[in-house]
Design a protein around this ligand. Sequence first.
Ligand SMILES: [Zn+2]
Length: 708
Amino acid sequence: MLCRQLHAPWIEKFLERRRWIERKVIEDIGDRIHVFPNLRHLHHISDFQAGRNVLRAHEAPYHIAVVPIAPGWREGLKEHIAARGLVVVLPDGRQESHIFQPQPIPEKFNRKQVLSWLKTCKRHRSRCNPKAPDVKGMRLIDCKSEHLTIRDYEPGNNYVALSYVWGQSGSAGPTKAAVPRGTTKRTVLKLPEDIPLTIRDAIEVTKALRYRYLWIDKYCIDQDNQEEQRAQFSRMGDIYAGSQLAIFALGDDSNAGLPGVSSTPRLGQEESRSGPFRFISTMPDPHESIKRAKWSTRAWTYQEGLFSTRRLFFTNHQIYFECNAMNEAESFKSNLDIIHIRNGQRFRAYHRAGQFVCGNSTPYSHLDVRHNKANHRKIDMVRRCQHQIAQYTRRELTNKDDMLNAFAAIARFYAKTAAMIASLAGIPIPFPIANLPSGNRQEGLDHLSYALAWLHEADNFDHQFPRRIIQQTSPSGNGSAEWKQLPWTPDINPKAQRRRGFPSWSWAGWFGQVRSRDDLPYCWTSLLSSSVQIGFPNGDLKDYYELVHQGVSRYKQYRIRELLTADTLHFDAFVLSPRKLRVVISRRSHDVDAWISMGPSSWDELHARLESGEYQCVVLGTYGEPRRDVYRAIQAADKKSKTAKKRRIDLFERRESAVIVCLVVRTDHVRGVSFRRGLLKVRYYYEVGGENALRDWNTGPRRSFVLR
Ligand SMILES: [Zn+2]
């Protein structure tokens, strides 16, 4: 067992590396058995001194590993432990550790374990407080009724929610047969006889944990009523947030079942004995199991994990629990009193944050700061929202038209934060933060310019190097979510692809992952005309500023939904001179970067299209110098000490010379409509300097654009 546990793929890697470094054959490699005291490599523990001290003080057991003596083995060890777990040595007669003790995992689901976690969690009153959902027409499955009837939610009904992957068995959409046709309110609705295994197991778990009601999208949303469907889809975040517990099924489809509950077996834990020692495997890190599961590749499940309060994951090996204050794996018995801070509301800092919320180190910890009105926190919000878009666009949808439906809960969450972020067809635009008496309208435009300047996760091209190719394996939305990074190949077009039915100026209009943004919005100076209008599918045309920044203290539900359906942008903008661009590029300097999502794949090609007028570089704005008043006002308004606020805000600032940022658009001159094709950045600081550069680069007065 030990050999198997310590076996292979990672050691191979080290041997490879060592061979490469020393150019020697591997016979002389000096592997040795290494004993690590105090379970330092545990996935729970942040490996810094405080964490080690705690383990030492509480006599945590030790573990062993075979370690090749080669540089870099420490990093590899972490990876290996995450994927395979540790082997822990427990000498007979030694007292149990006060803090972490590996424990045998039973073959079957153990409800007592979950009940004890839930009991502890109920003490986290300030952090783990499911809020009763106020969702019209919400229904629940009554698990205690004889025929599993579906009934209306009533305040006070405590329920469990299920998050799972429908898979092919569920076809593209929910089965119409789930709720019989032609039923009226008085008819009793019930689950069909033949329900998939995962659903059946989830009902068992719900009952075992002493809950009566279960919410499952497929059965609790009337699939024949499109209006209800749309309304409830946009409130999914609230439904999960309101559940007492969310069950996460990580299997490939709805027939995979929950391991350990009924017929789906768990992958066994390895355990053995040698003399007076017991060896026990801690099993793979549940975070790793979650990351590798199909569940993590689906777009809908993203918000379900994000907004739930208490999460119970069924991995192939064990169960893993995570609430907003702690995370616990079945393979470890831990002493929650020791690892919580004194008031018991969250884990101490040395305890590593969970996959979703607890701790400050993860992008999910937004839950803690959403009401913070400090300006740098509002900037935090924008950045977290951008991060979540980057994560979200990695995932896949069965139904490609759901691109913004599955994002609606996230949009709604950010609209209700202190930053009041509007999601205009998905692109995040905060409410004016600097709040200058004269400049709110201008600040609104700065936000818009910045928001439009998102990028796909692909390398930029310049004329000297062929591009690295990054390609999504399946733009149709089926298959794996893996992004392939191919070697340097100049002749394959790496492009993202258009998603019809959504505007090209939003990420929602594309298949392809969006890059995480790390530049600061407030260095921006928008150069768009002050009058920007937004068009909607029904033909309505509304003033951008009035719509997004109308000064209401909170966005209303219908407004959040309306903003998501935005279709066209109407504005006047400067256009960059293709002639000037050619001059810079011919000098072979690095002053211009282009990220083209679709279309030309070389400079020459791009040029030809710019010069023919088919493509244009539409100037969104500049950043770097000159910095706007807005940025200074934001810093000045924060109440912290001077150094603190500087540190916080400067953290986000990308130090770069002044840059003109342009959207590259393709214009259909017959219809008078333009489509986003990519982004272009021109550094002009060294070239001309200051505002002269702008004059130099532009080709005359602003021109009108309709961007779709
Ligand atoms: Zn809790």
